[in-house]
Ligand binder design. Structure first.
Ligand code: LLP
Length: 422
């Protein structure tokens, strides 16, 4: 459920007419709904009632500080994977104790910053990282509360590029090495190994892979405890999918179903839990609004060329993913199959092929790309020297630009000529 709907034939973000924002901000832009963010976080939190759980929002999905602060204000912690994300989370007001530092390739500088900031948990992804963390923590006189992120050898059944729990994936510690590394971690200075972390992928649309991974984690905890290790915390990652394509009948499990499965799987284990959802919290809370530049017809196809491109929303080009596209002004005309494309000089700059849009659409009309709140703005680039597009946040009948469009001067401010070029 989200708060983008037609009123009087015009798409509204909560109580704000989308064309009003477009007139003030210019297109393209991202638009986030506070009510939707709030709803999604509270539905997720409620689904975990009965567990001692912290929801650490995966900052990689949407790192806008206004979004982070909104979620943090509602009790969320943050899951971060870089110095930059850690600094954003802190700037947005996250309590360090509610920050989890994940990531497969933490540098020593990142480890130092994480320790100096007092993050609640560091998820270790390899033996080499465990050794570095121990050395740095001991040097700094700190004790790092860690989880080993384990690779459960479970296929999440999602897109190949966002699967992380298979044996061949770069993530997590090889299943067979896990008990040995926990024993080692328990002996190392500066390390407090009290937690197990697992994350098998993103946009997962079935419960079964989660359940398979979690069952293995449960067995692992029992085994580690039998060896005398004090495991009392589980970080179950993120990954719950959202519906992107309303023409498909694939509905991901609800947070309630997911929460019930977690409670079933870990019944009686007496652990605290951390969750790292990203997409399920912000995905449907954002849209990208774009203006039609022109319509180009050939014998073969009808192209709707919009002013947003693959650099603004890369998911279709990168993963072949489909975002619903709707006209901002509801149309009564019948629809025609069109290719919705951007202006970037690559054939992959295509948002949808043979997509049904009203035949009356013309240059100057606005369209909205739905479910663009997660992995949208954060993955944008300035390819083709296109400025990063603004982000707008709506709350009730108010809206505010929460990241403005940079000027050309700002875009080139970091560049300089070498001395040998006149
Ligand atoms: N925790 C860890 C360790 C992760 O690697 C991720 C996502 C999450 C949590 C959050 O997962 P979520 O709940 O959002 O599924 N750019 C891709 C998605 C990449 C996901 C990377 N890791 C996309 O646009 O589909």
């Amino acid at each position: 459920m989200h708060h983008f709907s037609y009123r009087g034939g015009v798409l509204h973000a909560e109580d704000v007419a989308v064309p009003r924002i477009a007139a003030e901000v210019g297109t393209p832009f991202y638009c986030y709904s506070t009510a939707t963010l709030t709803r999604h976080l509270s539905v997720f939190q409620k689904a975990l009632t009965g567990l001692d759980a912290t929801v650490c929002f995966a900052v990689k999905a949407n790192s806008n500080i206004a979004v982070l602060r909104t979620l943090i204000g509602l009790g969320a912690g943050c899951d971060v994977v870089s110095c930059g994300e850690l600094q954003l989370a802190l700037k947005a007001g996250a309590a360090p104790a509610k920050i989890v530092f994940s990531g497969v390739g933490k540098t020593e500088a990142e480890i130092r910053l994480a320790l100096a900031s007092g993050v609640g948990q560091i998820n270790v992804e390899s033996e080499a990282e465990l050794d570095t963390l121990s050395r740095v923590a001991a040097e700094m006189g700190k004790t790092a509360r860690i989880a080993l992120r384990v690779n459960p050898e479970v296929d999440a059944g999602t897109h190949d590029k966002i699967s992380t729990g298979r044996k061949e994936d770069k993530f997590g510690i090889e299943w067979s090495a896990v008990p040995r590394l926990y024993r080692k971690a328990a002996r190392l200075p500066g390390i407090d190994p009290t937690s197990v972390a697992v994350h098998i992928g993103s946009q997962i649309t079935e419960l079964a892979p989660f359940e398979a991974a979690f069952k293995k984690v449960r067995e692992l905890v029992l085994q580690l405890r039998a060896e005398g290790l004090d495991i009392r915390h589980l970080d179950l990652g993120g990954g719950l999918g959202v519906p992107y394509d309303h023409s498909s009948n694939k509905t991901p499990p609800s947070p309630e179903e997911y929460g019930a499965m977690v409670k079933r799987t870990f019944a009686g284990l007496d652990c605290k839990f951390t969750f790292e959802p990203g997409r399920v919290i912000v995905g449907n809370a954002g849209i990208m609004v774009s203006e039609i530049v022109s319509i180009k017809e050939s014998a073969e196809r009808r192209f709707v060329i919009v002013d947003a491109a693959m650099n603004d929303l890369v998911r279709p080009a990168m993963y072949g993913s489909r975002h619903d596209i709707i006209p901002v002004q509801e149309a009564s005309s019948g629809s025609l199959p069109v290719d919705v494309v951007g202006p970037v000089c690559e054939t992959t700059d295509c948002f949808a092929k043979a997509y049904p849009l009203p035949s009356s659409l013309k240059a100057g009309d606005l369209v909205a790309f739905l479910t663009a709140g997660a992995y949208g703005a954060v993955m944008a680039s300035s390819y083709n020297a296109r400025a990063l597009i603004p982000e707008v946040m709506v709350s009730g009948d108010q809206f505010a630009v929460v990241r403005r469009r940079p000027s050309f001067e700002e875009m080139v401010a970091l560049e300089q000529l070498p001395p040998w070029v006149e």
